[in-house]
Design a protein around this ligand. Structure first.
Ligand code: CAA
Length: 379
């Protein structure tokens, strides 16, 4: 067992850190305030290869490993979780799914531009009445021979209005329950596909989250991913990797808030000394540092298993469960250490605290992660 990164992994970490400081930090408060999508920054991340990190170069990606992905996600999320969720969804829910299960024609047409960052993707599973209970899909895709006729509504879709390529889960044969669900590639601009209003959110306010409406959208048969009825397993298997991305995002939110609190505690004076000299602060910092390190190791372990081709569903759920709970606890403490300053926007920690909350909800709530983990340990 080695606890060392390769030179390449360290270079990617450094590049992501540099990008976060120079490109994401300026304007992050304003984007949060006005719910402005970081379009320019995402374009640059695409040019640098951060949107198709684990896709082989032959399909337009950067051919990096999942460890590098964790390192990059942590650095980007320290500063701007609204930008990093775009990176996570595009990499692990859209590109990974297409690379693993798509046909060569689908890869050439859809994956290559997504991996190069020329286009952005979205993953459409959640519905108004199907969030955690993901098998209860109400969106229907009627088999019309050479195409499916798609009707329904998807909710809380990340990259809702900025994406060009959408992977949509829909029920074709209700009698078969989850084995009747298909995953279909839907293009922006297909007649009958409309993007609903943007959600006004507590956190990750820069990311664009929308409902999507499908009315008699004709989706060619060649746009189905995998065999007929494979859609639910496609979604679950893709989410196994997605949860590594969100776990790393949570890790980054926590470590970003911790670094700010650590710095502030050495500067702020009270009772004739810095607050870092007070045991009340020292114990908070000790707990924050310990929990963040544990979360980081869980993220890296899940990434390592994935890179080795070993089962990683349980590890990624553990990483997501733990890292997201750590993100919430650490960001609350970071605000507390900052006192009144922590409650105002200029000090960044209140935003990180608001951003942390979504990591306990999307790509499977903490309760869903506990279902996945307990089923594995009870097997
Ligand atoms: N990989 C492959 N197949 C899997 C799987 C996995 N990880 N997990 C389950 N399956 C298979 C099962 O083997 C089963 O197949 P068989 O019937 O052939 O045995 C089938 O899928 C159904 O599985 P379950 O019986 O376990 O189904 P369930 O109804 O009990 O649900 C669940 C399981 C874990 C609760 C699942 O519904 C779930 O993960 N829910 C949460 C959904 C979620 O994470 N949504 C996130 C939305 S995307 C998002 O948030 C993106 C974003 O914006 C950032």
């Amino acid at each position: 067992m080695y606890f060392e990164f390769t030179e390449e992994q360290l270079m990617i970490q450094e590049a992501a850190r540099e990008f976060a400081q120079t490109e994401l930090k300026p304007g992050v408060i304003e984007r949060d305030e006005h719910q402005k999508f970081p379009a320019e920054q995402i374009k640059k991340l695409g040019e640098l290869g951060f949107l198709g990190m684990m896709v082989p170069e032959a399909h337009g990606g950067s051919g990096m490993d999942t460890i590098s992905y964790v390192l990059a996600m942590e650095e980007l999320s320290k500063i701007d979780a609204s930008a990093s969720v775009v990176v996570s969804v595009n990499n692990s829910l859209v590109c990974f799914g297409l690379e693993k299960y798509g046909t060569e024609a689908q890869k050439q047409k859809y994956l290559v531009p997504l991996a190069k960052g020329e286009k952005i993707g979205a993953f459409c599973l959640s519905e108004p009445e199907a969030g955690s209970d993901a098998t209860s899909q109400r969106t229907i895709a009627i088999d019309m021979g050479d195409h499916y006729l798609l009707n329904g509504v998807k909710n809380w879709i990340t990259n809702g209005s900025s994406a060009s390529t959408y992977i949509v889960m829909a029920q074709t044969d209700a009698a078969k329950r989850h084995n009747g669900i298909n995953a279909l590639i839907v293009e922006r601009g297909m007649p009958g596909f409309t993007v609903g209003a943007k959600e006004n959110k507590l956190g990750i306010r820069g990311s664009d989250t929308h409902s999507l409406m499908f009315t008699d959208v004709k989706v060619p048969k060649e746009n189905r991913i995998g065999e007929e009825g494979f859609g639910f397993k496609f979604a679950m298997s893709t989410l196994d990797g997605g949860r590594i991305g969100i776990a790393s995002q949570a890790l980054g939110i926590a470590s970003g808030a911790y670094e700010l609190a650590l710095q502030y505690s050495k500067e702020r004076k009270a009772f004739g000394k810095t607050i870092a000299d007070l045991q009340a602060t020292q114990f908070k910092l000790a707990d924050m540092a310990t929990e963040i390190e544990a979360a980081r190791l869980l993220c890296l372990k899940a990434a390592w298993l994935k890179d080795k081709g070993l089962p990683y569903a349980q590890a990624s759920s553990m990483a997501k469960l733990f890292a997201s709970e750590v993100a919430m606890r650490v960001t609350i403490e970071a605000v507390q250490i900052h006192g009144g300053y922590g409650f105002v926007k200029e000090y960044h920690v209140e935003r990180l605290m608001r951003d942390a909350k979504i990591t306990q909800i999307y790509e499977g709530t903490s309760e869903i992660q506990r279902i996945v983990i307990s089923r594995e340990v009870l097997k």
